[in-house]
Design a protein around this ligand. Structure first.
Ligand SMILES: [Zn+2]
Length: 113
């Protein structure tokens, strides 16, 4: 039942950034999807490219779900599990529509220079 040639979506490699998740991206680096998003995903906001992470941060901030002063990552994580799950899902599913984006000129501006 085991074959190592059938996996198309995920590789057998581990993310080289966090080393905790399977890599889903092999180029330009071996990264899991979240680390890849952290590094490379850009979204157009008000005419300029902003890292996806910043967009998410902004969205979470507006909902009061971003790190609070002195809050550790662990505490924040716990809080996110309780309060943020819905917000994150909402954000993930309604990225391009809804929210407060006025301009939707381009979706994912892949600004490959
Ligand atoms: Zn990773």
């Amino acid at each position: 039942m085991s074959s190592n040639s059938t996996s198309e979506q995920t590789s057998n490699l581990w993310c080289s950034d966090c080393e905790k998740k399977r890599a889903t991206q092999l180029h330009p680096y071996i990264l899991c999807d979240s680390c890849h998003a952290d590094r490379y995903s850009m979204q157009k906001m008000d005419g300029k490219l902003v890292p996806f992470r910043e967009v998410l941060k902004d969205s979470l901030k507006r909902q009061g779900l971003w790190f609070k002063d002195g809050e550790t990552r662990g505490e924040w994580h716990k809080r996110m599990e309780v309060e943020g799950r819905g917000a994150l899902r909402r954000f993930a599913s309604g990225k391009t529509s809804k929210v407060g984006v006025h301009k939707e000129a381009s979706r994912d501006g892949e600004g490959g220079a």
